[in-house]
Design a binder for this molecule. Structure first.
Ligand code: SAM
Ligand code: SF4
Length: 334
């Protein structure tokens, strides 16, 4: 009789949280330079430091075998990575074979070109980062971006049958006046909206504390105009969800600074260098790359990483202070 090998062990962290969600950063590069995310002259990783598309596919399969049910491709900008189509197709083939969902977070700049490929790979929902609809403000925030290109990308995704959620970072003095127009635009275009507080990740030249605004303050104009109430929607992610009076839009709020969300965290992040960061807000990590390349005990390292997943992040925004975490969101995968 053939020997039956035991099923791969599920991913459970040191305090019993079951990990079912992997965020995979496929590149640290980007075609935008959002002020809160990157410095204008960002230094990117050399090619040798970056996992190949094949290595990412191997790791994705390994994580799904160990119980990951959702994978989100992110970055940097995932759609600038050469071979993203190959990776999306390979991981998409796991849907129904352990994987429930493959998603993506993008700035939308190359979405028009890639939307049909993503739909063919089985992607049904994506997040598009759009901090403002105002062309001049969009250019200012992203330093180089064109809002019309993002809007065309969103339209192409919708046409390809992909649901779009907009991610909007709340930025004092830069997009506070944009919440109501964005909500109306989302209602008219069939998109949901999630608001995010700025997090202190990486040196970015601007003083981020100048633009930090707690979400309860950012949404004050909305509360003054319409009722909003919490709804019982859970994604395992950090957002809390709300319904809005007279609006089809579901509003998500991500408040890492004003309201810590770590207790139910079910995710791990794999960087483009093959490191597992147990938490966006901490520097502890385990490096899988060497083991992957030299045939070492990758599963043992993954278990070690999980054992060290912290209870909670330690973000705080203090004026002119160094960031809580030195690496950028684009390096860890937002
Ligand atoms: N380039 C893609 C994009 O912008 O959607 C994916 C990567 S980006 C790092 C993922 C998300 O992180 C975006 O929604 C972006 O707005 C957000 N982000 C980046 N830096 C941030 C920061 N310091 N604080 C809060 N959100 C941040
Ligand atoms: Fe690029 Fe996304 Fe960072 Fe903006 S938020 S610079 S689009 S990685």
């Amino acid at each position: 009789m053939a020997a039956i090998s035991p099923p791969p062990a599920p991913l459970i962290d040191g305090i019993g949280r079951r990990i079912s969600y992997l965020r995979l950063s496929v590149t640290d590069r980007c075609d935008l330079r959002c002020r809160y995310c990157m410095a204008e002259d960002m230094q990117f990783l050399p090619k040798s430091a970056v996992l190949s598309i094949e290595e990412m596919g191997d790791l994705g399969e390994r994580f799904v075998a160990r119980g990951v049910r959702r994978i989100r491709l992110t970055g940097g900008e995932p759609l600038v990575r050469r071979g993203i189509d190959t990776l999306a197709m390979r991981l998409g083939a796991l849907i129904g074979q352990g994987l429930d969902e493959l998603t993506l977070t993008t700035n939308g700049m190359r979405l028009a070109e890639h939307a049909p490929m993503l739909a063919a790979a089985g992607v049904r929902r994506i997040n598009v980062s759009l901090d403002t609809l105002d062309a001049a403000a969009f250019r200012h925030i992203t330093r180089v971006g064109d809002v019309d290109v993002a809007l065309q990308g969103i339209a192409a995704a919708r046409k390809a049958g992909i649901a779009v959620k907009i991610n909007m970072v709340a930025l004092a003095g830069l997009n506070e006046d944009q919440l109501m127009p964005m909500l109306d635009w989302c209602a008219a275009n069939g998109c949901d909206l999630t608001l995010i507080e700025t997090m202190p990740l990486g040196e970015v030249a601007d003083d981020r504390s100048d633009h930090y605004i707690p979400l309860h303050q950012f949404i004050a104009p909305l509360r003054a105009a319409r009722a909003i109430w919490p709804i019982d929607k859970k994604t395992g992610g950090p957002a809390r969800y709300f319904a809005i009076e007279d609006s089809p839009v579901t509003l998500g709020l991500i408040t890492p600074l004003s309201d810590n969300f770590c207790a139910t965290c079910n995710r791990i992040r794999l960087t483009v260098e093959g490191r597992i960061y147990m938490c966006l807000g901490q520097d502890d990590h385990v490096d899988l790359r060497a083991s992957l390349r030299e045939g070492g005990d990758v599963d043992g390292l993954i278990d070690a990483a999980l054992a060290g997943k912290p209870r909670a992040h330690d973000f705080h925004i203090e004026r002119k202070s160094t960031p809580a975490v030195a690496r950028h969101m684009s390096a860890t995968g937002g």
